[in-house]
Design a protein around this ligand. Sequence first.
Ligand SMILES: C[S@@+](CC[C@H](N)C(=O)[O-])C[C@H]1O[C@@H](n2cnc3c(N)ncnc32)[C@H](O)[C@@H]1O
Length: 269
Amino acid sequence: VSGLGGKLLRIPGAGVVARHAADWIDLQWSYLIAQLKAVAPRMHGRLLDVGCGDCPYEWIFRPYVEAYVGVEHEATFALTMAAAGRDTRRKGRPPDLSYDGETLPFDDGFFDCVLSVQVLEHTPHPDRLVAEMSRVLKRGGVLVVNAPFSFRLHAEPHDYFRYTPHGLAALCVRHGLRVAELMPQGHFFSVVGHKLNSYLAFHVANMGALMQDMGKLGHEGQVHRGPRTWTLPFVVPAMLGTAAAARVLDRVLPDRSESLSYLVVAEKT
Ligand SMILES: C[S@@+](CC[C@H](N)C(=O)[O-])C[C@H]1O[C@@H](n2cnc3c(N)ncnc32)[C@H](O)[C@@H]1O
C-alpha cells in the first residue's frame, strides 16, 4: 500500500501493533484462534490439515503433534492464490501436498487427528470431503472442523454453503464420527458487530489492501485500491468500539440463535 497508510505501517513495530489490533477487531478470527488453542491439547501423533491454505494455525498445534501435514485441493488453491497474486511463502508456508479434491492421497486410518478450518463452505461436495477425512482418520482419532454460519461471501466463486450446528453434527454422524463438542463463535452482537465492521473496513475506509499488507485476507482476490486515508481517524476507533461492545453485549445478553461460525470436535467411532 502506498500513501499515508503504507508509510504508517512501515514505522518499526507499527505493523505488529496494527496486526494485533486488526486481529482483536476481527471477532471471527480472534474467536477462532481462542478455540483452536483450547482444542489443540487434544491433538496428538500425525495431524492432517485439510484445505490448509498457507498453514496459518500450525504454530498452535505443533507443540502437541509429531507431524503436521498440510494438504490442498490443487485447482482451487491455485485459483485463490493466483487471484490473490501472492507468494504463499510470504506469511505462512506452502501445503505439503496437493490433490484432485476427490480422494485424499493417504491410506485408511493413517492420521491420529484431522483439522479443517473454513473449508467445508468451499467445496460443492461436503459429504464426500467429510467421508474422506473420516477414512484417513484412525479409530478413536479426533476431527476438528470449523465452518461459517453467518459470514459474507468470500473466495468467490468457490463459496457454496453455510452451516447450522445441527447440519455439521449430522454431517459428522453420517460418516462415522461421534460429536464430542460443538462450539459457537460469538452470538447475535458479534454477528452484527462483525458485519458492521466489515462494512466500515471494506466500503467506507477501503481497507482491503491495507489488511492484505498486514497478512490478512490471504485467500481473497488481491485488492489494489489503497485506503481512504481521511476516514481512518473515524473508522478505526468506531471499529474498536464496535468490537468491544459486541464482546461485552454477547456476554451480558447472549442470543444463541446467532453465531458467526461453529467449531466441531468429533471422534472416529
Ligand atoms: C478460506 S480457505 C481456508 C484456508 C485455511 N484453512 C485457513 O483457514 O486459512 C479455503 C481453502 O479450502 C481449499 N479447498 C476447497 N475445496 C477443497 C477440498 N475438496 N479439499 C481440500 N481443500 C479444499 C481451498 O483451496 C482453500 O485454500
